[in-house]
Design a protein around this ligand. Structure first.
Ligand SMILES: Cc1cc2nc3c(=O)[nH]c(=O)nc-3n(C[C@H](O)[C@H](O)[C@H](O)COP(=O)(O)OP(=O)(O)OC[C@H]3O[C@@H](n4cnc5c(N)ncnc54)[C@H](O)[C@@H]3O)c2cc1C
Length: 457
């Protein structure tokens, strides 16, 4: 259900794996404004996975070269890494390309505005709700929980300018933080840009009693750089309003259904990652469904794995977004920023580096496995199925871990106790597991020591 990137990804993959797929999306309406979106180069791996990269390149989207950011007072011009580009798209145009790919893979595409009753009445084994914020099944069954202190409304208008934009690179996505919120702009045509302001309807000093246009213009005037960039250009449409508040479903799967993409969780548009997250979610939903259809006894494992991964992704985005908001706060005590920012937790990079320094300094290794270290079968993801694999399990990592930087830590922790030194352990590992990158091996070994899986005397 749905015609966005989550539904299209799930449907295209399942159809190309030989499943019988029906995708139902709401009819397009000329009156509904299309949302402009900026896609980062990392979306390419999902386009490749779906086999639609050439269709995306041929669709005429504006290639994007990076970001120009005025965040927390500092300016940064951040081009994407060498040779890479993103895409400036709109929801409708992206959806048309992706739905054509669903049909090309043998999926059926129909247009209808569905209700939960329609969907529950379908004679089908599995339903994937990917209807975004509308959440046909997500609203009645998903127990959607909004992030406290994270209510955001986006007001978006389109602006035209004769002559060049006064920018270092006009293909860039622009971001600016200001006391009452933040602004965002992407190119949508040769002489046209979308400009959005993201504000909190509860805490922002909006211009009371006036229409959306007056509120929108007043917010733009509060920004130094974006106001200067758009001076001398004309507002040609909008603004339209979009709810951009973060939420997550407490229940992501049920009897014969899964929630994918924005239907299950919405991350702040600040990340420019909503579409990528939706495609990742559509892929994971397709893998879980494919697993359950191939082997019904694996259905509970596959659905639980899907829900756990989706929840972990949301938590990661929440942490990153909070850190970014903390960095951007031009007025940290202002309610818009005070409720949103929170420091990210420390990671263990320093401990891993210290462990490697210790390992390098010792002439004899004498490593042994930690007393509580065991292995157990845990679900793991392959391209098309969720399978059970042996993993290292500790009380801190109950879901287990198998690979660190591509190095198999189950094998590594078995081989390590007999090894006299690091070079000989590396040789043993390569004999056992095949060619291995030495820096990755060193990192995996140091990680095993830093996390207490292996104990060095
Ligand atoms: C203001 C704003 C700016 C954003 N900017 C970016 C950005 O720059 N980059 C980025 O990657 N992401 C951005 N996002 C996020 C991105 O738009 C979403 O995360 C992404 O589109 C989610 O994809 P989806 O397939 O889950 O849902 P959607 O894209 O929302 O698709 C849902 C689909 O379900 C259909 N539908 C709804 N109800 C029904 C029904 N009853 N019956 C049938 N079909 C139905 C809809 O028509 C639609 O086709 C932004 C979001 C907002 C709000």
């Amino acid at each position: 259900m749905g015609g966005g990137p989550a539904a299209a990804t799930a449907a295209r993959l399942l159809a190309s794996w030989g499943r019988d797929v029906l995708l139902v999306a709401r009819p397009e309406s000329a009156d509904e404004p299309e949302l402009p979106e900026s896609l980062t180069p990392s979306c390419r791996k999902f386009f490749d996975l779906m086999g639609i990269s050439s269709a995306i390149e041929g669709a005429g989207f504006i290639p994007s070269g990076g970001h120009t950011v005025w965040w927390g007072g500092a300016q940064r011009v951040e081009p994407f890494a060498e040779g890479q580009h993103g895409w400036q798209v709109t929801t409708g145009r992206l959806s048309r390309v992706m739905l054509a790919a669903v049909e090309a893979a043998g999926g059926r595409v129909e247009r209808a505005s569905l209700s939960a009753d329609d969907v529950l009445g379908w004679p089908t084994r599995v339903r994937i709700d990917a209807t975004g914020r509308a959440g046909v099944l997500a609203r009645p069954f998903g127990r959607r929980r909004y992030e406290p202190g994270h209510r955001t409304v986006a007001l978006i208008g389109r602006w035209r300018r004769s002559g060049p934009w006064p920018l270092p690179d006009a293909s860039h996505t622009l971001l600016e933080s200001y006391a009452d919120g933040w602004g965002w702009s992407v190119p949508v045509g040769p002489d046209t840009r979308a400009l959005a302001v993201m504000v909190d309807p509860k805490t922002t000093q909006l211009v009371k009693g006036e229409g959306a246009k007056a509120v929108y213009l007043a917010e733009i005037a509060k920004m130094e750089h974006l106001a200067a960039t758009f001076r001398g250009s004309d507002l040609v449409s909008g603004p339209s309003g979009w709810d951009a508040s973060m939420y997550v479903a407490d229940q992501m799967t049920g009897d014969g259904w899964l929630l994918a993409g924005d239907a299950n969780a919405f991350v702040d548009p600040l990340s420019s990652a909503g579409v990528k997250k939706a495609m990742a979610s559509g892929w994971l939903a397709a893998v879980a469904v494919n697993t359950a259809l191939s082997d019904p006894s694996m259905a509970p494992t596959a659905y639980d794995f899907f829900a756990a991964r989706e929840r972990a992704t949301y938590t990661q985005f929440l942490t990153l977004t909070r850190q970014f908001l903390l960095d951007g706060a031009p007025a940290p005590d202002h309610p818009f920023w005070a409720d949103r920012g929170a420091p990210a937790p420390d990671d263990d990079r320093a401990a891993i580096t210290a462990a490697w320094d210790r390992l390098r300094a010792t002439s004899t290794l004498s490593l042994r496995a930690a007393p509580g270290l065991t292995t157990a079968m845990r679900p793991a993801l392959t391209e098309r199925a969720i399978v059970l694999e042996e993993r290292l399990v500790t009380s801190l990592v109950p879901d287990g871990v198998r690979y660190v930087d591509g190095v198999d830590v189950v094998r590594l922790t078995r081989l390590a106790p007999g090894a006299a030194d690091v070079p000989r352990l590396f040789e043993k590992y390569v004999l056992d597991s095949g060619p291995t990158d030495l820096p990755a091996f060193a990192k995996a070994l140091a990680t095993a020591v830093a996390r207490g899986w292996l104990i060095a005397p």
